[in-house]
Design a protein around this ligand. Structure first.
Ligand code: HEC
Length: 185
């Protein structure tokens, strides 16, 4: 009995609903505008090369910051966590998921993906992959990782995929001259 009474009391308290008018504030609105200068979560993702991988709407073969050994190590770590379960640690598209699931994760060592600009990988991680128009019978065949992997780490993974591709497709010409004698040829 006591609790019921308590509930009704709380339930019926005076309050203003969303968009309801109010005489309390000078502008007559109950809902208050966003405080000047406030930044909502995700709102800083403005349309820059860093955030889109694009310059003038085009994907380009450039990184927004230098590729260092540390960056590649971070990329490898993030790739192993988020991508290798489907694409495999070497990016061959062979994995437990590929074996048992009904999906075919891309092999990164195919010519088409060797030829794409590095920001293509950033774009795929950010937006996922769609087969056809999702509003017209199409479907999303790879998830977007935008909410799970932060922008810098998406670039680190993109750079690491390039390193993976090189690991399977390099020639002696890719080795600096002064290091070729270490190849033991
Ligand atoms: C749950 C499984 C899964 C995970 C995890 C996954 N992918 Fe994929 N990915 C796929 C599938 C499936 C495709 C093929 C999509 C298609 O061709 O329709 C694909 C395709 C791709 C492609 C090829 C896109 C193209 O141009 O055709 C790239 C690049 C890629 N993934 C990168 C990544 C990266 C980087 C990660 C980690 C951040 C990742 N994927 C995580 C399943 C996955």
């Amino acid at each position: 009995m006591l609790l019921t009474a308590c509930h009704t009391d709380m339930y019926n308290q005076a309050k203003l609903q969303t968009y309801e008018p109010s005489t309390f504030f000078a502008d007559g609105r109950a809902s208050r505008p966003v405080v000047a200068g406030a930044v909502a979560v995700g709102q800083d993702e403005v349309d820059t090369f860093l955030n889109t991988g694009k310059v003038d709407g085009q994907l380009v073969d450039e990184m927004p910051f230098p590729v260092t050994a540390d960056l590649l190590a971070r990329g490898q770590q993030q790739f192993t966590i988020y991508c290798s379960p489907c694409h495999g640690v070497a990016g061959l598209g062979q994995s437990a998921v590929a074996e048992r699931g009904a999906i075919v994760p891309a092999n990164f060592h195919q010519q088409r993906l060797r030829d794409v600009p590095v920001s293509h990988f950033f774009d795929i991680i950010t937006n996922g992959v769609y087969r056809g128009d999702p509003n017209n019978g199409g479907y999303q065949s790879m998830f977007s990782y935008a909410s799970r992997i932060k922008v810098e780490d998406r670039w680190a993974i993109a750079a690491y995929i390039r390193a993976l591709q090189l690991s399977q497709n390099a020639t002696v010409d890719d080795v600096p001259l002064d290091m070729r004698d270490q190849l033991g040829q």
